[in-house]
Ligand binder design. Structure first.
Ligand code: SAM
Length: 324
């Protein structure tokens, strides 16, 4: 009897058919993500190319997508036809593909998780969190994130659940690829943000989301394209290693390989911005000034964790490079 659905309930079950959810909602990042650009957005926006503001850019590419703050801003404010969104983190891509293909069922799953978690006392919440984390770590790490599977709905829901309930919204995995962040101490975490998930689902209708290396940009960059590159930060001091998003390494050789691509896509006519940490905050190290000497470099102020214990914030400079 419990599973019986009355005809008048059918419309309610399909969240996407409700017109209220179709229009007017601005999407924003689904996850808290290291290096998230929400806070720096006002400064980055100031440098958006004129051509984008004039509606002459049709394609947007973000090859280090992460939480995607800049994409959501561009989608909400400008008319673009197509977005290519890439990341090397397969768990992120799996989540975004589920939002793209089956947001309805993802919302149902998250709603169950949220209701359950919030109903528990702190000891039981702890057991629940670590149980979810253990289950999460049994998912097949080698799955091809570019090949959508319906069975990913649980996995995507767990990615959001863990991000909202773990310590500081960190994403960290050990050598085996197992997520190992301890539980956080939020009293009433918002695990399900239905309106935003639906807005993100809408935005992803113009997106090709891909688990791939940034090198893929070469296939899409042309004079109608705007690219925003937000690679893992170069560590700004020995004690503050900010580029531990996952077990992936992004060392100075990678930064140079990226510069080479920045040059190539620039020659293909794309307009582009790149951001990174500024090593001159601490030492006289003109690494990026030399790497991008043929482009326009500016510095903006960001509020960031500035010591190794991660409990002090301060204003430091970040670098923006553009080619126009
Ligand atoms: C600084 S974060 C991006 C933050 C994002 N702009 C935001 O607002 O949340 C860098 C991202 O690059 C991804 N990444 C690292 N190496 C990569 C590579 N070689 N190709 C593509 N993505 C990579 C990481 O998984 C991470 O999500």
């Amino acid at each position: 009897m419990i599973n019986q659905v009355k005809p008048q309930q059918i419309k309610q079950l399909s969240i996407l058919e409700d017109d209220n959810y179709k229009y007017g909602l601005k999407p924003s990042p689904v996850l808290k993500w290291a290096g998230g650009k929400t806070q720096l957005l006002p400064e980055i926006k100031k440098q958006y190319p004129q051509k984008l503001k004039q509606g002459k850019i049709r394609t947007y590419i973000e090859p280090f997508f992460g939480g995607g703050a800049v994409f959501f801003d561009i989608y909400s404010n400008f008319e673009i036809d197509k977005a290519y969104l890439f990341d090397k983190n397969s768990e992120l891509i799996i989540l975004y593909k589920v939002i793209q293909n089956d947001v309805d069922n993802l919302i149902k799953k998250l709603s169950i998780l949220e209701e359950k978690y919030l109903s528990l006392d702190s000891d039981n919440r702890k057991d629940f969190y670590y149980q979810v984390r253990d289950d999460y770590n049994t998912f097949d790490k080698k799955t091809d994130a570019n090949n959508y599977r319906q069975e990913w709905i649980n996995r995507a829901a767990y990615t959001i659940f863990l991000n909202k309930t773990c310590f500081n919204g960190l994403y960290r995995v050990n050598k085996k690829g197992h997520f190992n962040v301890p539980m956080g101490s939020y009293k009433k975490p918002k695990i399900l943000n239905k309106d935003n998930l639906i807005a993100v689902h809408e935005a992803f209708k113009i997106a090709e989301i891909k688990h791939t290396d940034f090198a893929e940009v070469l296939n899409y960059a042309d004079e109608d394209t705007f690219i925003y590159y937000d690679p893992p930060y170069r560590p700004i001091s020995e004690t503050a290693n900010f580029n531990s998003y996952s077990s992936l390494e992004f060392n100075d050789d990678e930064q140079k390989r990226l510069r080479d691509f920045f040059v190539k896509t620039s020659k293909q006519g794309a307009l582009q911005i790149l951001s990174n940490s500024d090593p001159t905050n601490y030492i006289d190290d003109p690494f990026f000034d030399e790497l991008y000497k043929d482009f326009n470099i500016s510095r903006i102020l960001a509020s960031r964790m500035i010591n190794s214990k991660g409990n002090k914030r301060g204003k430091i400079r970040e670098i923006l490079v553009n080619n126009y």
